[in-house]
Ligand binder design. Structure first.
Ligand SMILES: CC(C)(COP(=O)(O)OP(=O)(O)OC[C@H]1O[C@@H](n2cnc3c(N)ncnc32)[C@H](O)[C@@H]1OP(=O)(O)O)[C@@H](O)C(=O)NCCC(=O)NCCS
Length: 174
């Protein structure tokens, strides 16, 4: 597997389209009440990273240069992220300790092979090289991926109940 930032890919459009298909396929939200709602969802979890932090948007490619997965990240959680993600407001007090954040998804056939761990490690190495001291992500408390993050050194720093669902803020010091 080769890992390349979006910013280093000369014509990224096709690869970005593949990553976007992986994003929607991996998402637990499958229906949208309008095109506007779908677009807001895409912007919040995908486009804002590709547009504003392309050097932190990492693509995982196979030997034929096909996209297997991606990590959309940022070294610093900014006010624009907070305004796009209303739930992040509830985690504001812990964000300072873990300023970077990420979203990671792989296509179905590439899961469970250790590739996600490799992509995560690559992102963390890049953060350390930029003297970033902590990273976080938010997921559902009951999601299977919680085990994946725990094995990669992430632990719960905060928890938030929103309606029937419970979100966990998982942080790692770098
Ligand atoms: C989570 C994910 C990025 C991990 O990458 P990976 O290459 O599969 O991970 P690894 O092979 O290094 O580790 C395997 C672990 O990944 C997680 N995982 C594997 N398939 C998964 C799936 N379909 N859904 C959620 N988590 C999954 C599990 O924790 C698994 O451990 P387990 O088999 O003991 O339950 C990848 O599985 C994935 O894209 N899953 C679906 C979308 C998702 O949950 N993204 C994270 C959103 S916060």
């Amino acid at each position: 597997m080769q890992i390349l930032p979006l910013s280093e890919i000369p014509s990224p459009r096709y690869k970005l389209e593949t990553a976007e298909r992986i994003f929607f396929e991996a998402s637990s939200k499958k229906t949208f009440s309008s095109d506007e709602e779908r677009e807001a969802f895409r912007r919040r979890y995908f486009t804002v990273y590709a547009d504003r932090d392309p050097e932190w948007f990492l693509l995982a490619l196979d030997d034929s240069d096909q996209v297997l997965g991606y990590l959309a990240g940022t070294p610093s959680t900014r006010e624009d992220h907070l305004s796009l993600n209303p739930y992040l407001e509830g985690f504001r007090s812990v964000i300072g300790e873990f300023p970077a954040h990420l979203h990671i998804n792989f296509c179905q056939v590439a899961r469970g092979l250790g590739l996600g761990s490799r992509l995560l490690e690559d992102f963390e190495s890049r953060l350390k090289a930029h003297s970033v001291t902590g990273v976080h992500l938010v997921t559902g408390a009951k999601e299977r991926n919680v085990g994946f993050y725990a094995r990669n050194g992430y632990s719960e720093a905060s928890r938030l109940r929103i309606g029937a669902s419970e979100l966990v803020f998982l942080g790692k010091r770098l």
